[in-house]
Design a protein around this ligand. Sequence first.
Ligand code: 5AD
Ligand code: SF4
Length: 595
Amino acid sequence: MHPLQCVLQVQRSLGWGPLASVSWLSLRMCRAHSSLSSTMCPSPERQEDGARKDFSSRLAAGPTFQHFLKSASAPQEKLSSEVEDPPPYLMMDELLGRQRKVYLETYGCQMNVNDTEIAWSILQKSGYLRTSNLQEADVILLVTCSISLASFDLSREKAEQTIWNRLHQLKALKTRRPRSRVPLRIGILGCMAERLKEEILNREKMVDILAGPDAYRDLPRLLAVAESGQQAANVLLSLDETYADVMPVQTSASATSAFVSIMRGCDNMCSYCIVPFTRGRERSRPIASILEEVKKLSEQGLKEVTLLGQNVNSFRDNSEVQFNSAVPTNLSRGFTTNYKTKQGGLRFAHLLDQVSRVDPEMRIRFTSPHPKDFPDEVLQLIHERDNICKQIHLPAQSGSSRVLEAMRRGYSREAYVELVHHIRESIPGVSLSSDFIAGFCGETEEDHVQTVSLLREVQYNMGFLFAYSMRQKTRAYHRLKDDVPEEVKLRRLEELITIFREEATKANQTSVGCTQLVLVEGLSKRSATDLCGRNDGNLKVIFPDAEMEDVNNPGLRVRAQPGDYVLVKITSASSQTLRGHVLCRTTLRDSSAYC
Ligand code: 5AD
Ligand code: SF4
C-alpha cells in the first residue's frame, strides 16, 4: 500500500475527519513557504492561495498512478541492497534521523524483542543513533505488548498498566527537557499501539507517534511528521509484511543465540486469543531470506537459532510460484483447522531441513508451534537431524474436550494425547512443554480436574500457565461469558502450578546420572563460581566453572567460554534447573548421542 493511502486510512480508522489530513498537508506547506520568504508571514487568504498553488505543484511532483501500481505489485521480498523510494510528498532529508538518539524499551514476548531489532535496523538505516541512556535520548520508543501475559501472571490489564505508568514518567522527562535541546519525541510501537490507538493518542497527548506491528518501515516518515509537532500514526495490519529484507541488528556482541522471525500473524482464531486481531493474518517470510539471515548469524559465531513465529510450524512460503501447485497440507492426525485448508507452498519441514544444514554446529529450535501442524515429516526430521533440538512446545490449553471445543482449538483431549504418544515414539527422549489456561469461560470443576489429569499423564518438562483474561474483539468476548470467579481462576491456576512442578521435577529427575550436551551461556546469576548453559531440551544446567579437557585437542586443559559445547554429568534436578559437573569441551557433531 502506498504511504499516502496509509495516512488517510489510519486517520479514518482513528476517527479523525479528512480535515486532519488536510491540516497536516497545509502545515507542511506553510513550512515550505517560510523557507521562501523568511521575514514575512502571509495573510490567511494569501496563505491559502499560496498553499493551493504549492499544493498543486507538490501534487504535480507527487506520486503518479504508476507509483501506486508499482507499490501494489512490489515483490514480497526486496534485496537488502535495494534503496526504498522516499514517499514523494516528503523531502528526502525530512526522513533522515540526523543523528538523533533513539532509546528503545521492549515489553512482552520474544516476538517483541525481535520486532525491536527490526525497528532499530530500519531507523539505523535512516540515520538515527541508538542510546542505552534514557537521559540523552531524543526519541523514546516503547515496543509494547497486549498479548503475552507473564507466565503464571494474570492480566493484559497489568501489562498495559505498566506502559501507562511508564508514559507518565516519560511525560515528566519531556516537560523538564531544556529548550536548548530538540524536543523529545515519544512513540508507542507494537500490539498496544494497534489495540489502543485512539485511547493512547487522546489520553496521552505527549505520545507523538504510534506504529503497529506491521508499520515499522513507516517509522522514519512517522518521526518526520512528529518533527512538525503533530501526532502521527500507522496501525494498519498488512497481509504480506514479513520484514523479509530487514536484517535485525544483533545487539549483544557476546550472545550465543539469536531469534529469527520466519512468519507473522495467525489464522487460527482460538476463541480466547487476541493475536489474530493485533498481529494480523498469517504470512511467511521467503525461505531464501531466512537462510541468508541464519548464514550471517553462523558467520558471526552464534551457536543457536530459534525460529520465531506466532504459529511457527504453519509456515508456508508461497513466494516461489513453482511450488504453489495444489499439494495438500498434512495435519497431525485427528486435528482440524478453523479455516479453509490451505494448499501448496514450501512448508515447515522443508525450511527446518534447509536451516539445519547451514551449520551443523548450530542448534535449531522453534517457537511457538500449534499441535495441529506436526505431520510425520517434521517429527522424522527432528529425530534424524543432530542439531535440531529434541524439544517440542505443544500448547494444550486445557485437558477437557468440552473446553477445547469452546476454545476452538480444533482437537479433542484424545487426539492431543495420541499426538503426545506419537511424538514420544518418533523422537525418543523428546522434551515437552505446554501452555494452559485456567478458568476459561464455562470451565467447570470437572473440566479443571481433566486438565490436572492431563498434566499428570503427559508429565511436561516445562510449562507456561495462565489465568484466563477476557480480551475485547475475541470470539469469547462476543459469544461467551467470563463466568469463572477470579478467586476460582486463581485457585485453579495455583493447583496447576503445583502439579506441573511436581511432574516436571519427576520428568527432569530422569536425567540424573546422564551426560548431557550443554551450550554454555556464561556465569550463573546466583554464583560467580558456577557457569550456566542449556541442554538440548532447553532446560537450564548449572555446573562449577572448572578446568576440563578439550576432546579435539587431547592434553589441552581449558575453561568453558560462552558459546562452547560441554558435556555435563547431571547430578540433581528440580522443576526448572539441572545441576552437574563438567566433563569436557566438545562439539555438537561429536556428541550427538548421550545418556
Ligand atoms: N487469557 C489467558 N491466557 C491467554 N493466552 C492467550 N490468550 C489468553 C487469554 N485471553 C495464553 C495461551 C497462549 C499463551 C501465549 O498465552 O496459553 O498459548
Ligand atoms: Fe492465539 Fe490460537 Fe493463534 Fe496461538 S494459535 S496465536 S492461541 S489464535
